[in-house]
Design a protein around this ligand. Structure first.
Ligand code: PEP
Length: 252
């Protein structure tokens, strides 16, 4: 039995109109009500347009709601962006920062990701900081160096196991159906925990480090069973109630 309670987080990405989001949220809430709580914390991160509705639908349940990104500033002239206090205002408890799709599509650097995590903390949100190597970096044997660099570059000074979650997501495993071996995941997660000790001392023992990248019902159990894996960040499979629930039930 691990001392850290796993977190199963669904990243819905840019999917769903209001009725889809509501159906998904209500479906997860119904599972919880009918089948009882799994041995993990549950989180869904809908697109910004659905947060208000989903937050309302999940009010009073044990399913937390989070954003998929936030701006580093609390307000101002940033057309199209959403700030951390705005997410908190809608009932969010978490926000994902530095997802590889943001790093790639929007050129987000470690420094930008760190600023977003700082903004999340100031707004009282738990920041889920995403890090992970590309396929080319893995092929060059640079996985450990790249992931360690992103970890230190993206983690705010003074981050704690209470206000921060790390998500290790190999870029080449996201949405591809491919996953690293159990040994590879174990090696990277153990390294992240070691690096976390240099930043937060013993507190690192409490830090949740999620795995993300093509996690699904058929592989969740063996991935979540790995020593330093404390749950998952789930994209595609979080869009189906049955799959998301089956992954949650894979937690020991
Ligand atoms: C993600 O987007 O964070 C993710 C892990 O996606 P998928 O589960 O679809 O690979």
């Amino acid at each position: 039995m691990k001392s850290r309670r796993p977190l199963i987080a669904g990243n819905w990405k840019m999917n769903g109109l209001r009725q889809d989001g509501l159906a998904l949220a209500r479906g997860v809430a119904a599972k919880l009500a009918n089948e009882g709580a799994p041995s993990c914390d549950l989180l869904v991160c809908p697109p910004a347009t659905l947060i208000s509705d989903v937050s309302g639908a999940l009010a009073g349940t044990a399913v937390a709601v989070g954003g998929q990104d936030c701006h580093a500033a609390p307000s101002g002239a940033h057309t199209g962006d959403v700030s951390a206090p705005m997410l908190a205002d809608l009932g969010c408890g978490y926000v994902i920062v530095g997802h590889s799709e943001r790093r790639t599509d929007h050129g987000e650097t470690d420094e930008a990701v760190r600023a977003k995590a700082v903004a999340a903390h100031k707004a009282g949100l738990i920041a889920i900081v995403c890090i992970g190597e590309t396929e080319a970096e893995r092929d060059q044997g640079r996985t450990i160096e790249v992931v360690a660099g992103q970890f230190h570059g993206s983690l705010p000074e003074g981050a704690t196991a209470v206000d921060t979650v790390i998500a290790y997501e190999p870029v080449w495993a996201i949405g591809t159906g491919r996953t690293p071996t159990v040994a590879d995941v174990a090696e990277v997660h153990a390294m992240i925990r070691r690096e976390a000790r240099t930043r937060m001392g013993d507190e690192a023992g409490k830090l949740r480090i999620l795995y993300g990248g093509s996690m699904k019902p058929s592989n969740a159990r063996e991935l979540i069973a790995i020593d330093d894996v404390d749950g998952g960040l789930i994209g595609g499979a979080s869009l189906k109630v049955e799959d998301f629930w089956a992954i949650a039930q894979s937690c020991p």
